[in-house]
Design a protein around this ligand. Structure first.
Ligand SMILES: CC(C)(COP(=O)(O)OP(=O)(O)OC[C@H]1O[C@@H](n2cnc3c(N)ncnc32)[C@H](O)[C@@H]1OP(=O)(O)O)[C@@H](O)C(=O)NCCC(=O)NCCS
Length: 174
């Protein structure tokens, strides 16, 4: 594959952490901020690998904390680039938590982070195209355009009328 096109597997990253006392709140559950820090790191590494560049976090989509992660659990974070645009890349992160002594494992969080490849002056530059290979990657690739438009509209970087992919969701006539 040429340097201008890359597969998601070429930049996919898996990171494993153990929840230690300094990572927890007073209920002995993993602090949300600590988990977001790990999510930022694992997804930034995937974006760096895809772009072979420094990257900055441009945005984070909503993260909800459905199930607490306990002190002593082993947390696995998997990050994959879903789509590259011009200078920006969307990265999908899946988080699971495993309690090794009891043998239980739960899927705890999912999120999308957007990174922008920048030079030493912080100026954005173009990144390689992402080529989806599997059906799941294709689905994430296709839906990435809708998510991009939604986050750019919310960030007031795109006019709602320009968001072609959102028209059907919000029932905006052509
Ligand atoms: C992200 C940043 C580099 C964008 O710079 P800019 O001068 O606005 O550049 P542009 O308008 O050309 O946008 C560059 C890309 O960023 C994307 N972008 C900008 N803001 C975004 C946002 N809120 N959400 C998603 N993407 C965003 C644009 O869509 C564009 O993507 P594209 O090239 O793939 O089309 C700049 O805003 C920045 O440096 N922000 C601070 C980053 C940072 O410090 N992160 C750490 C978190 S505290």
């Amino acid at each position: 594959m040429s340097k201008n096109k890359k597969f998601a597997r070429e930049s996919a990253v898996t990171m494993t952490e153990m929840v230690l006392p300094n990572d927890t709140n007073t209920l002995n559950n993993l602090m949300g901020g600590k988990l977001m820090h790990w999510m930022d790191i694992v997804s930034a590494i995937a974006a760096q690998k895809h772009s072979n560049s420094m990257v900055v976090t441009a945005s984070v989509d909503n993260i909800s904390f459905g199930k607490p992660i306990r002190l002593g659990d082993v947390v696995t974070l998997k990050a994959k680039v879903t789509r590259a645009f011009n200078s920006s890349m969307e990265v999908h992160i899946e988080v699971s938590a495993e309690n090794i002594p009891s043998g239980t494992k739960v899927e705890s969080n999912r999120a999308y982070f957007t990174f922008v490849a920048v030079d030493k002056q912080g100026i954005p530059h173009a990144v390689p195209e992402l080529i989806p290979e599997t059906a799941e990657e294709q689905e994430l690739f296709d839906s990435a355009l809708r998510r991009r438009q939604l986050r750019l509209v919310l960030a007031k970087r795109m006019q709602p009328e320009e968001a072609s992919e959102l028209r059907s969701i919000f029932k905006i006539p052509e």
